[in-house]
Design a protein around this ligand. Structure first.
Ligand code: GLU
Length: 558
């Protein structure tokens, strides 16, 4: 068979050569780390994307300190146009930007002075796979001309029959070995006749079929040993569009990717990629197959993969809507990404996260366990380190986007800052703040429109006593009292009304008292804050101001 003639028959319109494309893209430079994110534009951007993007970004940018910055670029894998969702690319870019991850190059990056749009920046494009058709076809043509790929006319029915036959015989399914023979051995004339008759065909790799084990280094997993590929994998589909396998190999080669970070689910296709890289004569990138994100299922208690349907926390939107601070999510992701991060954080509590020396070797290769409670714990610590005025800006920004009705209230930034600062400068600071929507619930009583009495007074206190406590409190209230003068007055009310000034006296002799100072204080707390759990009452009153304190109490006394 004259393979050159066959290549011309299949690709009459391809007039460029692989060398033309090789010449088009400049060398990236020695020792530079080039990584990429290759999401499909489905509109759903998830934690796994962020997890991968984070690794890509760290790998590419950690060389900057040593004066050798790498490049992290965005390639949109949109060869499956059924899944393309309008605005998805912007969503990807903006969601990652929110978490402080930005691309240096690639799809939809703005030209100078331009907003994020549909532009591209960089010398290795197009960065949308849908625009790279002729490139893939040029390389497929080369493989055909070298007898390493061939057209396959198997119909869907024929493939289904083969599959049924293989399943019955308990054989590996797919087109390989004897199942590939018919189409591998078609003559030029047969192929030409099929094409003239309008028979659809795909282009398949002509695999060497060598299934002996080979070894490959994975930056996360160490040395991996796997059987070689024997499948005549499809490289171009009937519509001329490449499969993931082919696009991956061509793009990562031409775009100069040095490290391919992708989910563990691709590991089993690695033998196909190795064969393709070899047949095309390309140098292999370093692979980093990251662990699948798992969680402990609340119902069964077993570990399972995070699921789009069951777990809202898989979507990155979840964190933005809830108002998690990006710094907290980043810090948390590092704890599940790198096994030595927590230790480093303990030794360097105030260091910038970017100073952590991220390495793929310390990444877990077994399922990474995701745990919202842990994220919340980390978030408490992270928020504590963010100055209150910055936190105020963050919460206001969140409110404008996700709870606009409260944004005008939060515009009083001084007030909000004082609220957020409450109880933070103590030896054992309060850690009540986790994420913006939770913080809003926690502080909403500071705003009259959202102040509601949520709890009943303790059972130790009769309605009559409650009124009496509040009325005495109001009568003796002096907003300029310091904390101890203020508390002294509560003690007096407590003793006058027959409650124990020391809670332990009440515990020891419950028959002698109606209750204790704790119950009396709770009555006041509920009157001023609407709830029995809150930071220090005196401090809260200082922020609320005298008018609010007096009016809330007066309203209850009637
Ligand atoms: N488009 C692929 C995906 O979304 C990218 C995998 C890769 O990074 O190679 O899974």
């Amino acid at each position: 068979m004259d393979y050159n003639k066959l290549a011309e028959l299949l690709f009459p319109n391809i007039d460029k050569t692989p060398e033309d494309y090789e010449a088009l893209y400049p060398a990236r430079g020695e020792d530079r780390v080039i990584t990429r994110l290759g999401p499909s534009p489905t509109g759903f951007i998830h934690l796994g994307n962020l997890y991968g993007a984070f690794v890509d970004e760290r790998l590419a940018h950690r060389g900057a300190k040593a004066g050798n910055p790498g490049t992290f670029y965005l390639r949109i894998e949109d060869t499956d146009d059924k899944r393309f969702v309008e605005g998805a690319v912007e969503t990807i870019i903006n969601s990652l930007k929110f978490f402080g991850i930005t691309f240096d190059e690639g799809a939809a990056l703005p030209a100078p002075g331009q907003e994020y749009g549909t532009a591209e920046s960089g010398s290795y494009g197009p960065y949308f796979q849908s625009k790279r058709g002729p490139i893939y076809q040029t390389f497929a043509k080369k493989l055909v001309s070298e007898g390493k790929a061939y057209p396959c006319f198997l119909s869907e029915e024929e493939i289904a029959d083969i599959r049924a036959q293989q399943e019955a015989a308990k054989e590996t399914t797919g087109i390989y070995g004897k199942y590939a023979e018919k189409n591998r051995n078609l003559t030029y004339e047969e192929i030409e006749a099929n094409i003239s008759a309008g028979k659809p065909y795909v282009v398949r790799l002509k695999s060497d079929g060598d299934t002996s084990y080979f070894k490959i280094m994975d930056a996360v997993r160490g040395e991996v040993s796997m059987p070689g590929n024997n499948q005549d994998t499809i490289i171009l589909k009937a519509n001329g569009i490449p499969t993931y396998h082919f696009a991956h190999v061509i793009d990562d080669h031409l775009m100069g990717t040095t490290h391919v970070v992708r989910g563990e689910e691709w590991l089993m296709s690695l033998p196909i990629h190795v064969e393709l890289f070899t047949k095309l004569g390309f140098e292999m990138p370093v692979y980093c197959h990251t662990a699948v994100l798992m969680k402990v299922d609340e119902e069964t208690g077993n570990k399972r993969k995070l699921s789009k349907r069951k777990d809202p926390e898989l979507s990155l939107d979840y964190y933005r809507k809830q108002g998690y601070h990006p710094q907290a999510v980043k810090e948390y992701l590092l704890t599940i990404l790198n096994s030595n991060f927590e230790e480093w954080r303990m030794a360097n509590p105030n260091a910038d996260i970017d100073e952590f020396d991220f390495t793929t070797e310390k990444m877990s290769s077994a399922g990474a366990l995701f745990d919202l409670n842990k994220l919340n714990d980390i978030s408490k610590d992270v928020l504590l380190k963010i100055p209150a005025d910055e936190l105020a800006d963050f919460i206001l920004g969140w409110a404008k986007e996700f709870k606009p009705q409260i944004a005008p209230l939060l515009e009083d930034r001084d007030y909000l800052t004082r609220i957020l600062d409450l109880g933070r400068d103590e030896a054992k600071p309060r850690k009540d703040l986790i994420y913006a929507s939770q913080i809003w619930d926690f502080i909403s009583y500071f705003y009259d429109d959202y102040f509601v009495i949520q709890e009943r007074v303790p059972e130790q206190v009769s309605d009559e006593d409650a009124k009496e406590i509040l009325s005495r409190y109001l009568d003796t209230y002096d907003h300029s009292d310091d904390q101890s003068a203020w508390f002294e007055k509560i003690r007096t009310i407590t003793a006058d009304l027959g409650y124990a000034v020391k809670p332990k006296d009440y515990k020891k002799h419950p028959e002698e008292y109606k209750g204790s100072v704790a119950h009396v204080s709770t009555v006041i707390r509920i009157a001023v804050m609407g709830r029995s759990q809150s930071p220090d009452v005196w401090s809260i009153q200082q922020i609320l101001g005298e008018d609010k304190v007096r009016s809330r109490i007066s309203q209850l006394i009637g």
